[in-house]
Write a protein that binds this ligand. Structure first.
Ligand SMILES: Nc1ncnc2c1ncn2[C@@H]1O[C@H](COP(=O)(O)OP(=O)(O)O)[C@@H](O)[C@H]1O
Ligand SMILES: [Mg+2]
Length: 389
């Protein structure tokens, strides 16, 4: 708002001071001079009372064509039918301002993207009209649309590249797994009489098949953006139910144990995705311990804050998979949860394991904690908020 200084300037001014009666005229000149904005007044019913040069430039009407007309003529037919013009005035009247962007019509019928502001004008508690300012934002709007389009195209290209990488890695993975299974079956036929040999071969083939089904699970999770079907679950019960599968995934050279906390509160999670996440962690631990070692799964209730700054303390249930394996370098630790990040040979890793675990934790409202020391071991904790709090 402008205020007029009542004391005259002390310095001598060569220009004569404009008499006060010319203020209205000066103001009119100012408004008329603005060409980037359509500035005009409406009466309380929306009839146009005056019009500036910006209005002519943006909307194409001469002053004589619009004075006395209703301002709804600038709206598209759909907006008029939807009652937008009356709604805009109502909002301005009730809330002191209406501000919105949208398509409007020029005289020649073409559209432009308008940023419009409507302010009510009151005189002694009586509404005497509205001031309306419209700016033509078509170029900016189109630039934004083009930018958005470019962003989408880039994301699409990245997706295609990712899918290409994924397909390559997976075909290697599946080929390897299938050859393990086929070779084992061949050898079983040859060594049918040798019970010990046969059972070792069967175990190898089973493990390969299990890895195959785990891979398809990862793929499904990735393709669906991991659609979760959350339900209240007791983590200990889920872990105990999948114990056999977990034990077999670790292999016989690894000592596998549970340390389950007592009376844990329930968490809201998708049970199938939880099993896939634990399986991913176990396979990582097993891969990090080719000479064998120890894997322990620990569950406990903990009051803790999330990873974001200023996150409040909340009750969580954590499930930690800790191993005594090779550990990770600083760089690997930083990048471990990135999709497709793997330090394993082609066919040995898809780089999707930890990203699935991360996605599962995040979509369940929780987060991951990774700790690793080269030569000592790694632990990954999934921290899940307690249900119903
Ligand atoms: N328990 C672990 N011990 C050592 N390194 C690990 C462990 N878990 C994950 N990593 C590292 O993180 C990388 C990414 O893991 P992941 O996303 O499961 O993909 P992948 O197992 O297919 O490589 C692995 O390649 C490995 O370098
Ligand atoms: Mg993995």
């Amino acid at each position: 708002m402008t205020t007029l200084d009542s004391t005259p300037p002390a310095v001598s001014n060569t220009r004569p001071t404009a008499p006060l009666s010319d203020d209205g005229q000066l103001f009119r000149l100012l408004v008329q001079g603005v060409t980037d904005y359509a500035i005009y007044m409406l009466d309380p019913d929306g009839i146009i009372c005056n019009w500036n040069a910006g209005g002519r430039r943006i909307k194409g009407y001469e002053e004589s064509e619009v004075i006395g007309q209703h301002f709804s003529r600038f709206y598209t037919e759909a907006d008029r039918i939807a009652g937008l013009p009356a709604h805009a005035l109502e909002v301005a009247r009730l809330h002191g301002r209406y501000e919105k962007e949208g398509w409007r019509l020029r005289k020649d019928g073409s559209h432009f993207w308008a940023c419009e502001v409507i302010d009510p004008i009151w005189q002694h508690d009586r509404l005497i009209g509205f001031a309306k300012i419209t700016r033509d934002m078509t170029e900016q709007h189109e630039a934004e649309l083009r930018l958005e389009e470019a962003r989408r195209a880039l994301a699409q290209a990245q997706k295609i590249e990712a899918v290409g990488k994924l397909t390559l890695g997976l075909s290697h993975d599946f080929n390897n797994l299938l050859s393990v299974i086929v070779n084992s079956l061949d050898l079983i036929v040859v060594h049918r009489q040798d019970a010990a040999r046969t059972s070792a071969l069967v175990e190898g083939a089973l493990r390969a098949a299990e890895r195959g089904s785990q891979l398809t699970r990862q793929l499904l999770a990735f393709a669906r953006g991991q659609e979760l079907a959350p339900e209240a679950h007791d983590l200990n019960a889920l872990l105990l139910r999948s114990r056999e599968l977990f034990l077999r995934s670790c292999g016989s050279t690894v000592c596998f144990e549970y340390e389950l906390g007592q009376a844990l509160p329930e968490v809201l999670i998708d049970g199938v995705q939880f099993e896939a996440a634990i399986l991913n962690l176990l396979v990582n631990s097993r891969d990090a311990m080719p000479q064998g070692g120890r894997i322990v799964i620990v569950t406990e209730a903990r009051r803790m804050a999330g990873p974001l700054p200023d996150a409040p303390l909340r009750n969580h249930v954590t499930v930690k998979v800790a191993d005594t394996g090779a550990g990770m370098s600083e760089e690997a630790l930083q990048r471990a949860v990135e999709p497709f990040f793997t330090t394993k040979d082609v066919g040995k890793g898809s780089g999707l394991g930890l990203s699935q675990v991360h996605g599962f934790a995040a979509q369940s409202g929780g987060f991951l904690q990774l700790e690793s020391r080269p030569g000592v071991g790694t632990s990954v904790s999934i921290c899940l908020p307690v249900a119903g709090e």
